[in-house]
Design a protein around this ligand. Structure first.
Ligand SMILES: Cc1cc2nc3c(=O)[nH]c(=O)nc-3n(C[C@H](O)[C@H](O)[C@H](O)COP(=O)(O)OP(=O)(O)OC[C@H]3O[C@@H](n4cnc5c(N)ncnc54)[C@H](O)[C@@H]3O)c2cc1C
Length: 337
């Protein structure tokens, strides 16, 4: 790949397949490369935006600045303790290839996060999660370059304010750092999470409860439920699952006794956004060049040539109806750029 490109079409760099043009695109291969680019007088005054695999974003307009893309791809075992391995993975490593490598090497913990698109560098941003596992439980520290000072900084786990699909990098430090590598603390012994019924059932079909088989089970479930961006351009879950108070939940449940829910800590209840959207009649709903997927109501798809405004109009329609019907305000999971 050429490393600095002018007037770059980002169509292949976002899984919604939206065509927008960035003034500049820069792919860095290591920290020294990134630092020298940031110091270069030709570029240091420009707006900057980091883009990994583009699987959690909606590009709303041409980008007047430089898109920074991690192209560093090393994975190194840094340390072994009595019960864990410290593994450093560069930001540009494909997330699922990393999980595959961990499973192959018996570095345990990430099996349930198999099949999530994107790059390692983006994974902590929204603390990716699936099938009962969240990334935060395996992060020791994160290495970044501060876009203002150009200095290397380290954020230890406790400094990252991880939450449900959330971290400090989506909040107060949004857009201020480039994550260049992530250090994972992975287990020496398997501790397989099979608490989700679908996972347990699929695993039973495959064979003994090993990390390899758990990864296979997760990949099978995802394959059967989630539309592939290559067939149906999308950015995964468009909305977060709303977390509401117990009293709000009781009111809704009195009118909808069948409402699915998960009790969170401190008297909060999480409701699957897909269920709310489906109840409002949007599953499979088509609106011009966009649609709600017919198997997974949380996924909005570009059915061909959609612009961000088409997707946002449909998202607004869904939000208003859910608010009117249940009194719940949906929040977008994806990032608007
Ligand atoms: C089909 C499908 C299924 C999905 N399933 C799941 C799932 O099960 N669970 C889940 O949690 N997510 C899921 N996602 C969402 C998405 O894959 C993850 O959020 C992923 O981590 C995004 O990675 P990315 O490299 O594509 O990030 P991008 O979309 O490129 O970027 C996302 C955000 O992170 C920032 N960013 C990216 N890289 C860096 C970096 N190195 N430094 C600083 N900022 C950076 C960007 O500026 C942007 O704000 C799914 C998406 C799709 C399309």
């Amino acid at each position: 790949m050429r490393r600095i490109i002018k007037k770059f079409n980002l169509k292949k760099f976002n899984t919604f397949g939206i065509e927008v043009i960035a003034d500049y695109f820069f792919a860095f291969t290591d920290i020294i490369d990134l630092k020298s680019f940031l110091k270069n007088d030709l570029y240091n005054h420009l707006d900057k935006q980091v883009l990994g695999g583009g699987s959690n974003i909606l590009l709303t307009k041409d980008f007047k600045g430089v898109i920074i893309h991690p192209f560093c791809k090393d994975i190194v075992k840094k340390k072994t303790t009595s019960n864990s391995y410290l593994i450093k993975a560069d930001a540009g490593v494909n997330w699922d290839s990393f999980v595959e490598k961990c499973v192959e090497n018996n570095w345990y913990g990430l099996e349930n996060l198999s099949g999530i698109p994107g790059k390692v560098g983006a994974a902590p941003i929204q603390n990716i999660g699936a099938y009962g596992v969240e990334l935060k439980d395996f992060i020791e520290k994160i290495e970044t370059i501060n876009l203002e000072t150009h200095e290397l900084e380290i954020f230890y786990h406790d400094q990252c304010n991880f939450g449900y699909r959330d971290s400090i990098f989506k909040q107060s430090l949004k857009g201020k750092h480039v994550i260049t590598a992530v250090y994972f603390s992975l287990l020496k012994e398997p501790n397989l999470v099979t608490s989700y019924k679908a996972v347990e059932e699929e695993l039973n079909k495959i064979g003994p409860a090993t990390a390899q088989n758990l990864r296979k089970a997760i990949l099978n479930i995802r394959e059967s439920k989630l539309p592939k961006p290559i067939d149906f351009p999308n950015a995964g879950s468009f909305f977060k699952n709303p977390i509401i108070s117990l009293s709000e939940f009781k009111k809704i449940k009195s009118k909808n006794p069948e409402i699915p829910h998960y009790i969170e800590s401190d008297k909060k209840v999480k409701i699957p956004a897909a269920w709310l959207i489906e109840q409002c009649g949007f599953k499979g709903y088509k609106n011009g060049k966009v649609a709600v997927h017919d198997k997974q109501a949380l996924v909005i798809i570009n059915t061909g040539g959609a612009k961000a405004k088409d997707i946002l109009n449909l998202a607004d329609k869904i939000c208003s109806k859910v608010k009117k019907t249940f009194g719940i305000q949906l929040e977008k999971e994806i990032n608007l750029i």
